[in-house]
Design a protein around this ligand. Structure first.
Ligand code: 8X3
Length: 808
């Protein structure tokens, strides 16, 4: 939609054209070499085993330089590729290899010979050893029932759903600046000096500390070795090249790969190559949910850019071309989820390694610079949903920045997403950060913030299906999908309840029981992960972990700020449903509980009168105080719970509303809800209004969010907010002005995140019908964007159903 594609730089388009329609392939090398090494090192410290496994991969994996590329290195085969992490969920491997090529959500191909390697050489070693199996064994029975199907723990329940079994870490951001400025050799030197100082008689020094520093050295050396293998390949390719221009490009590339990331980058091109090696290698080392984000690129690249521009060594066009080469490289990597749960959470081959721009400097000044604007230009021009561009907004953001951000959003592919400094920074401070670190946060994953070097909590957390708690209130602890199984508490037959209070207390009992199980789950996960995962690279790049001499996955790292979360799924669905019950059943007595339940059991078929009543009931997202006060109370009860119990876990476990695409699978387990939502259809997403219920316009959605937040609790975190505008509303300069004002209102209201789709509903309907014609159509989903035609029909329908605003 509407991209002003710049064809004066054809290089990256060429690569893009070749890869875009290719079905992703599973590359088994990482899993194969990782497994080979892990077989050899049993009994050693885990961080050391991990580092040795990385070395084995670095020494043996195929290295790649694409024909037209200016940046060397990929971590998988030609086209689009995904890699495997058997240590995490290898118990799914057999199943996955069979099912992946035909999966509806994000299918993958695998060659017959690679499938044999997976089935014969990789999967058998991990059977009985994976994290996923260990978790199913470790969860208390009561909690397991809410998490996995007790008769088949391979199946998630989407009730109180853990997410740690399909990613070994949450979204994360490295301190890339450290590598660019000092090189990996500075970390190796530090570790070597620590090793030299170890007390030869100390049992701790000679075991834990020795393994720790050896692992750091081995891991950094592995990355350097891998980089140098690219230098060798580049020289080989240069020798065989007849085109003098390409020959020179390859020779330059070889020189860069010989120098970085071992040494400090000397110019912009080296800085880009160095950053690329680190972000690529991160993918090999760890299955990070949503991938390692790229941090504040307009800040840490800027000194190199400025120096080269001043020296006349670089033009803005060169910079844009390099960025484009990076974006296609990112798009070639696909975040492969082999478990059905992971696949459902991350539809559309989702990964969003956010590139942060704008915001404030460490001393609280506006941080925008010339590179900020080049990132925005690149986003407007290059027809790809990578990078996941995230613009930090603050109350003194320059008009030019807001204007260009708005213009970029209008181009139609949903970028950049916006994150609000006025909400994030005070919360970072309230959770114990120093001012300079709080100002210097980078956007991470869909909508989160990370303070590299300060944060140390990497554990994926619980997604909680609140409409399922409501369903259990309606059916005395049961869910229609699960028949007679008593999953939840018996809170009574709601037909017997005489007052709203009685109903609400029953609901709260279910909700609090869900929270209890989520926290038990999290406690179990926090303690378990360190036995299964290590992360030498993440550790090497995190000052707090290095100071503590502990792997970043250690349950507690002294001096770190531990920011976890739990997810409120289906907020709009829940609030609208509670409004129906409170107002129509108990206050106005327009319908009886029995009628409502029967209508729900009947999936609201042929019940126009009731549906009309429900349609006119108060709705979240319409700036209706009735609905917003219920929403605020639900929010508060969650915050109160975590205020009390997260201390026992020794972390911040904050309330978040960030669904990825999981509101679709979560909806698939919930039968019809009192708000008229049909059975097994998607829940509302994030902090958005229920599908089709934001008829009062997007400003009302903002105000409802403002009114339902509890600003006196620091236990809050991201609320993800999707807004869809029709292109006509945003047309011309007047439209841009409207959008800028809308963004300013959002900033004033201290809402955390917002993202826009500027698309006609009719375009989406047409794309669903005729996918071939709309192959390049990019849509914003939930904190990230994807090709519309890569999505499942369920998610496509959900996007079509999200209201499209023609007014502000
Ligand atoms: C959402 C992803 O990793 O925080 O951005 O759950 S994660």
């Amino acid at each position: 939609a509407g991209k002003k594609v710049n064809f004066s730089r054809p290089r990256a388009y060429g690569i893009l054209q070749e890869i875009i329609t290719k079905k992703p392939i599973i590359d088994v090398e990482r899993a194969k070499y990782f497994t080979e090494s892990m077989m050899e090192t049993e009994g050693e410290a885990l961080i050391l085993r991990w580092a040795k496994a990385m070395r084995h991969v670095a020494e043996n994996c195929t290295v790649y330089i694409d024909d037209k590329q200016l940046i060397a290195g990929r971590v998988g085969c030609e086209g689009r590729y995904g890699i495997l992490y058997p240590e995490l969920d290898g118990d799914f491997l057999d199943l996955a290899i069979e099912a992946l090529p035909s999966r509806v959500e994000s299918p993958f191909e695998i060659s017959d010979s690679d499938a044999k390697i997976v089935i014969n050489d990789i999967a058998p070693y991990w059977k009985g050893k994976t994290y996923h199996e260990a978790l199913a064994n470790a969860l208390p029975k009561e909690t397991l029932r809410y998490t996995f199907d007790p008769s088949d723990p391979m199946k998630s329940r989407f009730i109180v759903n853990e997410t740690s079994s399909f990613r070994s870490s949450i979204q994360w951001v490295h301190d890339y600046e450290k590598v660019l400025q000092k090189g990996l050799k500075s970390i190796i030197e530090l570790a070597e000096s620590k090793l030299a100082e170890l007390d030869p008689m100390s049992p701790v020094d000679q075991t834990d500390r020795k393994s720790f520093y050896e692992a750091i050295i081995i891991d950094c050396q592995a990355i350097i070795h891998w980089a140098k293998r690219h230098a060798v390949l580049a020289r080989e390719k240069a020798a065989a090249e007849s085109d003098p221009q390409r020959k020179q490009e390859l020779i330059d590339m070889a020189e860069r790969c010989e120098w970085v990331p071992e040494n400090p980058a000397r110019d912009f091109r080296e800085a880009v190559q160095s950053q690329w090696f680190i972000q690529m290698w991160s993918r090999v080392e760890q299955k990070t949910g949503t991938i390692i984000s790229n941090g504040r690129m307009d800040q840490y690249f800027y000194p190199y850019y400025q120096k080269d521009i001043e020296a006349g060594k670089l033009t803005d066009d060169d910079v844009l071309e390099l960025f484009e080469c990076m974006w296609v490289g990112m798009a070639q990597f696909i975040d492969l989820y082999i478990s059905p749960t992971g696949g459902a959470f991350n539809e559309g081959y989702a990964h969003w390694e956010a590139v942060t721009i704008g915001g404030q400097t460490k001393d609280g000044r506006d941080a925008t610079n010339d590179l900020t604007y080049l990132f925005l230009q690149s986003k407007r021009e290059f027809p790809l949903h990578y990078p996941d561009l995230a613009a930090r907004i603050h109350s003194r953001a320059p008009e030019r920045y807001l204007f260009e951000v708005a213009e970029t959003i209008k181009e139609g592919s949903g970028f950049p997403k916006l994150i609000n400094d006025e909400e994030v920074i005070p919360l970072n401070l309230a959770k114990g950060a120093k001012l300079e670190d709080a100002y210097d946060y980078a956007v991470s994953g869909c909508s989160e913030s990370r303070m590299p070097n300060v944060e140390t909590y990497t554990s994926p957390c619980a997604y909680i299906n609140f409409p399922a708690a409501l369903e259990m209130t309606m059916y005395n602890g049961k869910m229609r999908l699960h028949g007679d199984e008593q999953i939840g508490l018996q809170t009574g037959d709601p037909r017997e309840f005489k007052t709203w209070d009685e109903f609400y207390n029953a609901y709260m009992t279910q909700q609090m029981s869900f929270l209890k199980h989520a926290f038990i789950q999290q406690h179990t996960i926090n303690n378990l992960r360190q036995n299964h995962f290590a992360w030498p690279l993440g550790t090497a790049l995190n000052d707090t972990a290095m100071k503590a001499e502990l792997d970043l996955h250690t349950t507690h790292i002294p001096g770190g700020i531990d920011l976890g979360y739990f997810e409120l799924m289906g907020y709009g669905t829940l609030v609208d449903s509670l409004c129906v019950i409170k107002k129509l059943v108990f206050e106005d007595k327009k319908i009886s509980m029995d009628t409502l339940i029967k209508a729900m059991e009947n999936n609201f078929e042929k019940n126009d009168v009731l549906c009309k009543l429900i349609e006119n009931a108060p709705k979240f997202g319409t700036n209706d105080p009735y609905a917003d006060s219920i929403a605020k109370e639900i929010d508060r009860t969650c915050l109160e719970f975590t205020r009390k119990y997260s201390k026992q876990l020794g972390i911040h476990l904050d309330l978040r509303l960030v669904p990825f695409t999981s509101h679709v699978p979560f909806g698939k387990v919930v039968s019809a809800t009192p708000n008229g939502r049909k059975q097994f259809t998607p829940l509302s997403d994030g902090a958005s209004a229920s599908q089709g219920c934001d008829a009062k316009g997007p400003t009302a959605v903002l105000v409802s969010n403002y009114n339902s937040k509890n600003y006196d609790y620091r236990e809050r975190a991201s609320r993800l907010l999707n807004i869809k505008f029709s292109p006509v509303t945003m047309a011309g300069e007047e439209g841009t002005e409207k959008l800028v004002n809308f963004i300013k209102t959002w900033c004033d209201l201290k809402l955390w995140h917002i993202q826009f789709n500027v698309l006609n509903q009719s375009t989406l309907v047409a794309a669903k019908k005729d996918p071939e014609k709309y192959k390049g159509l990019i849509v914003r989903i939930a904190g990230y964007s994807a090709y519309f035609t890569d999505l499942s029909p369920d998610l496509q329908d959900d996007l079509i159903a999200r209201a499209e605003h023609t007014t502000v």
